[in-house]
Ligand binder design. Sequence first.
Ligand code: SAH
Length: 219
Amino acid sequence: MAKKDDDSAETRLARLILALRGQGISDPGVLSAIETTPREVFTPDLFKERAFEDSALPIACGQTISQPFIVGLMTQALKVDKRDRVLEIGTGSGYQTTILSKLSRLVYTVERYRTLMREAEARFKALGLTNVITRFGDGGEGWPEQAPFDRIMVTAAASDEPKTLLSQLKPNGILVAPIGKGPVQSLKRYSGDGKGGFQIETLTDVRFVPLLDGVAKEL
Ligand code: SAH
């Protein structure tokens, strides 16, 4: 067998997957979606070397691509099924979108920066994804024309319970979102009880950029 360079992309990816497993990401579908998504495609040139580190990294417009562990945790918590229609708020780089697209039927994703939206769309095209639908807009309003959704993932911190988004969830649906006003928020899972109510669980502390009102005026 050929000896592998310790720093090859393959080795780094394998190490990342091992680290995620060690931190409790055990869903084989989620691990496989992460394993088959080239994170370096989603990071700016300056940070490509660090694409397989388990850390959040800066992207354009002052935003961030989430830490792989948090992507794994949120995706696992969402319990996505191959038949699901998923709404994602905060496309950012499109990394989380791509992972969701591998586990579901359709992903609707909303971003308030045009630049990020365009760059993410180009990546989806290059990767040959055919089940991602994008929208430039204020994700706080959800996507009423396409509601209700089986699953909703919010990848920016909402200051309070996201009522509008919860109203666009199916009765037995699941929504995962960071909730809180400060630099550290609580990652919450809302599971519909089928009767209009929700079971709410707090999963862990997270640090997300805030969910802002309206679309960005700058590019
Ligand atoms: N999921 C992304 C991480 C995104 S960071 C990834 O994998 O790369 C959060 C993103 O949410 C940012 O791109 C930010 O611009 C976006 N965002 C913040 N408020 C928003 C809103 N109201 N509507 C849509 N997108 C929003």
